[in-house]
Ligand binder design. Structure first.
Ligand SMILES: O=C(O)C(=O)C[C@]1(C(=O)O)C=C[C@@H](O)C=C1
Length: 96
């Protein structure tokens, strides 16, 4: 591989690695907050899922994605993926 190409690929990959680390740290903080929501919901016998809240989150994230030139369908799929995991956590907490 050409040396200048190798250098540019390395620089871009360093940036990707930093972004991936930030995503992991942000997700960890999000799950810390949702774990607390899970305990609150279980203590007050509230259902794990809140479809109305999810609909508002999806509308908001789709608009943020559009403004950021990110595919809104991808943003919606990503949120749904995370929320599905959160609901599983809530259900586990409620059963405990
Ligand atoms: O806000 C809540 O009620 C949550 O339980 C958190 C959360 C989320 O991960 O954002 C997860 C499940 C709900 O269906 C809606 C939102």
């Amino acid at each position: 591989m050409d040396e200048s190409v190798r250098a540019e690929l390395g620089r871009l990959r360093d940036s990707i690695d930093n972004i991936d680390a930030a995503v992991i740290h942000m997700l960890a903080e999000r799950f810390k907050a949702t774990q607390q929501v899970g305990h609150l919901k279980a203590a007050h016998k509230l259902p794990p899922a809140d479809p109305a809240r999810e609909a508002r989150q999806i509308a908001r994230l789709r608009e943020l994605a559009e403004n950021a030139k990110l595919d809104p369908a991808f943003a919606e799929k990503f949120l749904n993926f995370i929320v599905a995991e959160v609901i599983r956590h809530h259900e586990t907490i409620a059963r405990a």
